[in-house]
Ligand binder design. Structure first.
Ligand SMILES: Cc1cc2nc3c(=O)[nH]c(=O)nc-3n(C[C@H](O)[C@H](O)[C@H](O)COP(=O)(O)OP(=O)(O)OC[C@H]3O[C@@H](n4cnc5c(N)ncnc54)[C@H](O)[C@@H]3O)c2cc1C
Ligand SMILES: NC(=O)c1ccc[n+]([C@@H]2O[C@H](COP(=O)([O-])OP(=O)(O)OC[C@H]3O[C@@H](n4cnc5c(N)ncnc54)[C@H](O)[C@@H]3O)[C@@H](O)[C@H]2O)c1
Length: 452
């Protein structure tokens, strides 16, 4: 016998929780299924605790910049305070009672367990089958992608979850993968005195972003004592009970007390039973249309859609799915102005297309790049003023199609650039705007002028 409901939401990360809570508040009967913690990766092992770690690392770095500008300061890093804050303030020691109460308070029925699709509009959780009149929303997120490097699986390597939960820092850490997770965590650990080596297979860090961003990230990490190895892959990993050794393709090896694997995320579809609704379980992601529909009575939001593993993407898609399920009109999903911020210091923000991506699409492109230190505010800022603004203009249409903003407030400066790309504001109009003095974002005005 199946239990009837209006909607089943499988996975309660940022996207799923938002869909389930909002639909329940709108009066629908909603079954919300979660295998681990209500809230998902972001609040317990992702964005929130990692940004708490970063806030702590940034404070140390700022204090170290005092000499020569404001006097003397000495800091004694204490990871124990960071670990305590992650437990006490961010994760409730990885207890989701508050989030679960918030969700059920909105009227959703929380069902704990692993959900599987067992037919059209049908989900089974530990022997209970739910039949959804309107349909099912898949929001099951992603998990770390562990590369098939010989030896790795037999070692006690870390993923982001272990790094976030660390009560003490290792004396040394090798980070496999120089993407967003690898670079953010490498900087924090280095600032707390851990000897860090980042090993990245591509020729630069943050390889999906502008080359200048990856190079700057490497320079900053190295200036803070980390070692950055690019264009080199791990061929074998071993652990002798105390130390990890990563054997590199170059013939060298890197030893460390701990190894963090941060080589991307993968979407797991086979366990979710997607073949029951005709989806290839081996696919890299679930295909969605502009209204987040996968098929009749089936929607997907978040990392599972492969449109960018970001909480803001998941929440944006959730809004669209909610509208569609409730029958409200609204624009289709539009990823032209997708913003990304890597929360290193300096922050590395980007929106829309990189120069290379724009050229690959056959656009007539003009770019400019202006260093932050050339603006008055950057010069005043002095220590910690690394950064730049890079613009990518589509010459035929006279609009920006992409921009990068790196700097002390790079993620915040990005907002204006995001508006420009999203609303397709003509470059000529942007040039004739007033930019407050002396802000970091005045670098945007200089970069617009440099477009010629
Ligand atoms: C270290 C780190 C730092 C990050 N920092 C940022 C950041 O600063 N900004 C940003 O935008 N993004 C960041 N992200 C990415 C962000 O965390 C994810 O994009 C976001 O959490 C994805 O949300 P989601 O809705 O897809 O679901 P997820 O958060 O992935 O949650 C999915 C949920 O579904 C559950 N689930 C899976 N399968 C089933 C099943 N079959 N049945 C029941 N439940 C199931 C899981 O237990 C999980 O709780 C970070 C990620 C990491 C790892
Ligand atoms: N600030 C943020 O918004 C933020 C922070 C952390 C994570 N995230 C999200 O989480 C996702 C996952 O982060 P991530 O850093 O794990 O993935 P990523 O895809 O950003 O980077 C993974 C890196 O690992 C490298 N790599 C892969 N296999 C390798 C190998 N065998 N040896 C050496 N290098 C290898 C890749 O070339 C790539 O540069 C990100 O794409 C991002 O969407 C966002």
């Amino acid at each position: 016998m199946s239990e009837q409901t209006d909607v089943v939401v499988v996975g309660l990360g940022p996207g799923g929780e938002h869909v389930a809570g909002t639909l329940a508040e709108a009066g629908l009967d909603v079954v919300a299924v979660e295998a681990e913690l209500v809230g998902g990766e972001c609040p317990y092992w992702g964005c929130v605790p990692s940004k708490m770690m970063i806030r702590a690392g940034n404070l140390l770095a700022e204090a170290r910049r005092v000499p020569g500008i404001a006097g003397d300061a000495s800091v004694r890093p204490d990871w124990g305070q960071v670990a305590a804050r992650i437990r006490g303030e961010a994760t409730d020691d990885w207890n989701d009672q508050v989030a679960a109460d918030r969700l059920t308070g909105k009227g959703a029925r929380l069902v704990r367990g692993f959900g599987r699709l067992t037919g059209p509009r049908q989900v089974t959780v530990d022997g209970r089958t739910f039949q959804a009149r309107r349909g099912v929303v898949l929001a099951t997120g992603s998990r770390p992608r562990i590369p098939p490097i010989p030896g790795l699986a037999e070692t006690p390597y870390w993923t982001n979850r272990d790094a976030v939960a660390a009560k003490e820092l290792p004396a040394s850490l090798t980070v496999l993968g120089g993407g967003a997770i690898g670079v953010e965590i490498a900087q924090v650990f280095a600032r707390f005195g851990c000897r860090v080596t980042v090993v990245e297979g591509q020729e630069r860090l943050l390889s999906a972003e502008e080359p200048e961003s990856g190079r700057l990230a490497a320079d900053v990490l190295q200036a803070e004592g980390a070692t950055v190895r690019t264009s080199v892959r791990a061929e074998r990993v071993s652990h002798d009970g105390a130390m990890f050794t990563v054997h590199l393709g170059s013939g060298e090896s890197v030893g460390a007390e701990q190894l963090l694997v941060a080589t991307g995320r993968r979407v797991e579809l086979a366990g979710l039973g997607v073949d029951a609704v005709g989806i290839d379980p081996a696919a890299a992601a679930v295909d969605t249309d502009g209204r987040m529909r996968v098929g009749d009575g089936l929607w997907a939001v978040g990392d599972i859609t492969g449109r960018g593993a970001f909480t803001h993407v998941s929440m944006y898609q959730a809004q669209i799915a909610i509208r569609d399920i409730l029958g409200f009109p609204g624009p289709d999903a539009d990823y032209r102005a997708l913003p990304r911020v890597v929360f290193t210091d300096p922050e590395i923000g980007a929106v829309g297309l990189t120069e290379q991506a724009a050229r690959d699409r056959g656009l007539q492109v003009r770019t400019s790049l202006v260093p932050l230190s050339s603006a008055t505010r950057g010069w005043i800022h002095k220590a910690g003023n690394e950064g730049f603004v890079k613009l990518v203009q589509d010459l035929d249409r006279g609009v920006l199609v992409g921009a990068t903003s790196v700097g002390a407030a790079g993620g915040e400066v990005l907002y204006g650039l995001g508006v420009a790309v999203h609303a397709e504001v003509p470059v000529e109009r942007l040039r004739n705007m007033i930019y407050a003095y002396p802000t970091f974002h005045r670098t945007v005005e200089a970069a617009l002028a440099a477009l010629g």
